[in-house]
Design a protein around this ligand. Structure first.
Ligand code: PMP
Length: 288
């Protein structure tokens, strides 16, 4: 049996969950989305995801056809209808059906789609042994273009970096901004450890304000680790003692090599492992 998908204002069978060819989400990548985890039957950080969704929508002048509380109810209803206790939710808001022109205001009503399913982004081996990444030559969007804090349906900037990673035989690429500072990975936030201190670039360097990032920073501070948000360069990544990425789908994953360089002793570091464990404890509701 197929999934139950939220389409517009109700749940429908997967076979009936169809999008119009005139939806500007398809025609122009015009819309916003969220990826959300379900752990132990609880929707992880739902409030933070909804806040980011509505902020992203505001910035692109997209009026979501339902209020934030109704959206929360719709997400919960979709999770319940599919009996998901460990899974992944994709919440999408498109600009809606319009004409073939660019004008977003030709679209009468935004389209809301909620899918609740499962996900495994990387093989288990990557989590145990760590993964290698490359520096992308594709720069992260300038903040005066599409702001990187907007989680929009247009991911081509990140996809071009992802292609560079795949071409180099690794799963992820690190993106830098127009000033040469580390922005983020193509789908995750970046952290490094140096001399026992945890560093991550500020979101103004060109990254999404990651919710996993925020939780990891909170856990680190609660465990007495100093956390500093500051601009990082390629040098900082190369000489890091530890390096890891965070994201809803990737969770916390160690990076053990970049651009052919080995990080630390070539294995995920102790702070990475500790934060990964504590992240799961927190996600599964056993406290921070
Ligand atoms: N940066 C980008 C570009 C992303 O797409 C994501 C989400 N996959 C993240 C960072 C991590 O954000 P979060 O922890 O909220 O999933």
């Amino acid at each position: 049996m197929g999934l139950k998908i939220w389409m517009g204002d109700k749940l429908v069978d997967e076979s009936l969950a169809k999008v119009s060819v005139f939806d500007h989400g398809l025609l122009y990548g015009d819309g916003v989305f969220e990826g959300i985890r379900v752990y132990s039957g609880k929707i992880f950080e739902l409030g933070a995801h909804l806040k980011r969704l509505y902020e992203s929508a505001k910035v692109i002048r997209l009026e979501i056809s339902m209020g934030i509380d109704a959206m929360g109810d719709a997400v919960r209803a979709t999770v319940a209808a599919n009996n998901i206790s460990e899974g992944y939710i994709r919440l999408i808001v498109t600009r809606g059906v319009g004409d073939l022109g660019l004008n977003p205001f030709s679209c009468q009503r935004s389209g809301v789609i909620i899918i609740a399913d499962s996900i495994q982004l990387y093989p288990e081996e990557f989590y145990e042994k760590g993964m290698r990444v490359v520096s992308a030559s594709t720069m992260r969007c300038h903040p005066m273009s599409l702001p990187p804090q907007v989680k929009s349906l247009n991911y081509l900037n990140n996809i071009l970096a992802k292609i560079e990673a795949i071409d180099s035989g690794v799963p992820e690429a690190i993106m830098y901004n127009h000033d040469g500072f580390v922005a983020e990975a193509s789908g995750d936030n970046v952290f490094i450890v140096r001399d026992g201190i945890l560093f991550t670039p500020p979101s103004q360097a060109g990254s999404l304000e990651g919710i996993t990032r925020k939780v990891v920073m909170r856990i680190a501070r609660a465990n007495g680790i100093e956390v500093i948000e500051e601009n990082l360069t390629r040098f900082d990544l190369y000489v890091a003692d530890e390096f890891f990425l965070t994201g809803t789908a990737a969770e916390v994953i160690g990076v053990v090599g970049i651009d052919g360089m080995v990080i630390g002793d070539g294995k995920p570091g102790s702070m990475t492992k500790m934060l990964r464990e504590k992240f799961f404890e927190c996600a599964h509701g056993r406290g921070e």
